[in-house]
Ligand binder design. Sequence first.
Ligand SMILES: Nc1ncnc2c1ncn2[C@@H]1O[C@H](COP(=O)(O)OP(=O)(O)O)[C@@H](O)[C@H]1O
Ligand SMILES: [Mg+2]
Length: 344
Amino acid sequence: MPSETTGRPADDATRLSPLSAAQRAEIFAALDPVPGCAKPDPVIVVDGVTRKFGGLTAVDVAHLEIQRGAITGLIGPNGAGKTTFFNLITGFDKPNTGTWALNGESLGKLVPHQVSRRGMVRTFQLTRALAKLSVLDNVRLGARSQRGENFFAALAPWTWRSQEADVTERAHALLKRFKLDAKAQDYAGSLSGGQRKLLEMARALMCDPEVVMLDEPMAGVNPALTQSLLEHIKSLRDEGRTVVFVEHDMDVIRDISDWVVVMAQGSVIAESLPHRLGENEAVVEAYLGGHHDQMLEFDADGNPVGATAELAEEVDDAVAKALQAGGDLSTAGTHPTGAEEKTL
Ligand SMILES: Nc1ncnc2c1ncn2[C@@H]1O[C@H](COP(=O)(O)OP(=O)(O)O)[C@@H](O)[C@H]1O
Ligand SMILES: [Mg+2]
């Protein structure tokens, strides 16, 4: 199916080779958890990417590798540069310096539809569904950048039309997958926040991407839909796709990430197995902004001990509570004492 409609070579149809849970566990357990650490099979490699807005360095990523076929959670306080980083590597923004590659091919000069054609798509923190178009047409639009836009194909309308039918069929199949099929003919504007997130995912999948970048896919989604969104994200990985997603809720991060990358002030400050995040001094620092008035203590294995262990738990709790309350993490560093942290 994919080769006919994505514009990629036919042998690309077999390019997705899912990893089992055991394989993923083995890969990530073996990594040296430091910023920029090497992965055995990186689908994305980033080097020296910086982006400045006036005097502010929004992104400054020295080196980052994203492992193929896994879910990488990208976390960090608000303003850490996560969205800007997504914008850069998917061609929506241009960096001041740096290079990055997808499957070894440098993407620096490409615009978004060229990036998606090579197999990397992203969704937006604020959904971009076109309210006055039908749900079906919104999904069909995900197929642009395909053969219908191609100059030679345009000379041969019969090819174009057969593709059009195929696009519609695939759009229907995706709507079914995301349980939006009953809404196909409704205006996208009539969907709930959660349904729009699903719509965005369906649209992103129209070009059968190898890498899916999701910017806060859970934000604004009511709890009834979050579980289903999580299952959809896992299913992308289980098909062999690579998922990078930005999320604030630590429970969600722990539930579905194979690996976590932490950004603060534009840089990658930590990489970790999800369940070891709370033990990471740099992560605790980033979320508490250095306002805690005690030294952090870790044992020889890097596990927090004594008060530091309690603090690590508090950070996790504070993050979870802030999100449950609809707050954001940008305030997490502004409360100097433990008592206040608990109320975040
Ligand atoms: N277009 C822009 N112009 C100026 N500053 C920006 C722009 N986009 C982002 N920033 C700034 O860059 C920093 C990183 O923002 P962003 O990437 O949105 O962070 P995050 O997604 O991690 O919350 C923030 O300080 C933000 O205010
Ligand atoms: Mg953001």
